[in-house]
Design a protein around this ligand. Sequence first.
Ligand SMILES: C[S@@+](CC[C@H](N)C(=O)[O-])C[C@H]1O[C@@H](n2cnc3c(N)ncnc32)[C@H](O)[C@@H]1O
Ligand SMILES: [Zn+2]
Length: 290
Amino acid sequence: MHEFSLNFLRCVRCGSKLELDVFKKETEIEEGILECKKCALCFPIIQKIPVIWDDFSKYISERMVLGGKLFHSVSNYKMKKFLKHSLSNSKRNTDDRTALEERWSKIYQNSQKSKFYSIIKNELGAMSRSKLVLEYGCSVGILGSSLADSNQNVFGIDRSFSAISIAKKTQKENLDYFVADLMSDVFGETKFDLILALNVLELVEPKDLLQHISKQILKGNFVISDPYDFDRGKNSVKKSLDELALRASLEELGFAITVKTKKPSYLTWNLKLNSRTTLNYKVDLIIAKK
Ligand SMILES: C[S@@+](CC[C@H](N)C(=O)[O-])C[C@H]1O[C@@H](n2cnc3c(N)ncnc32)[C@H](O)[C@@H]1O
Ligand SMILES: [Zn+2]
């Protein structure tokens, strides 16, 4: 974690500023604790990555394999103690997410060349410089580097520690990543000039996410794309949106949709699952402004 990120991070439970206790520092903070004194909540920084989760033990309960790996990777005794305590408070979950999240991280790494990302990079390149940029569900950070080159400060959040570990390999002074939930208030009341939410509408209630993001843009751009692949069995969201409903919802929230993206599009987004299988999505892109 870069030290400057401390100015932006807030307690996800009460919105207070966080205090930083550094255990290990090189150019970035490698290990440490971000603490909300008001709630007595601790958010660990492990392998340079802050995990801003309301309940870290719960996060680890769903990822005990990751928990074990993190425990062995940390060097500071206070960090080891914190992890040991969190692991002992975790209830082992039968559906450990570690392998699944590691698999998808590799898939995204292997899919960076998909035409979709170059189209998005072109669109972003044509935008004026923003002071503060946030990417929701940034995964392995495919866009992070180019966003950091053309904007002042860039943040990415994703719930996958494995994906964020890969994203963190691209080191830029003005780019930082956090493990956090899409719907949590990691940045308190901070407003952003540009927010991206690419292909995440199926993962949380779409209207809730739009409202959550809208509150974070007073004046700025919102880039959203989706393949509308809502049919996910028991994991499906309650109220899906289609290409028209998404545009209408954005307008209701005060966004104006750019002329170029008023009409639904079908951008090629290929995800290489393995050497013989590729998921071939056609993605709709909307650029909206306030
Ligand atoms: C379909 S992928 C899209 C990745 C990237 N935006 C792209 O288009 O290449 C969705 C991403 O959102 C993350 N994600 C899913 N649910 C989340 C949640 N509740 N909070 C934070 N991240 C979440 C996943 O870990 C994954 O990296
Ligand atoms: Zn708090």
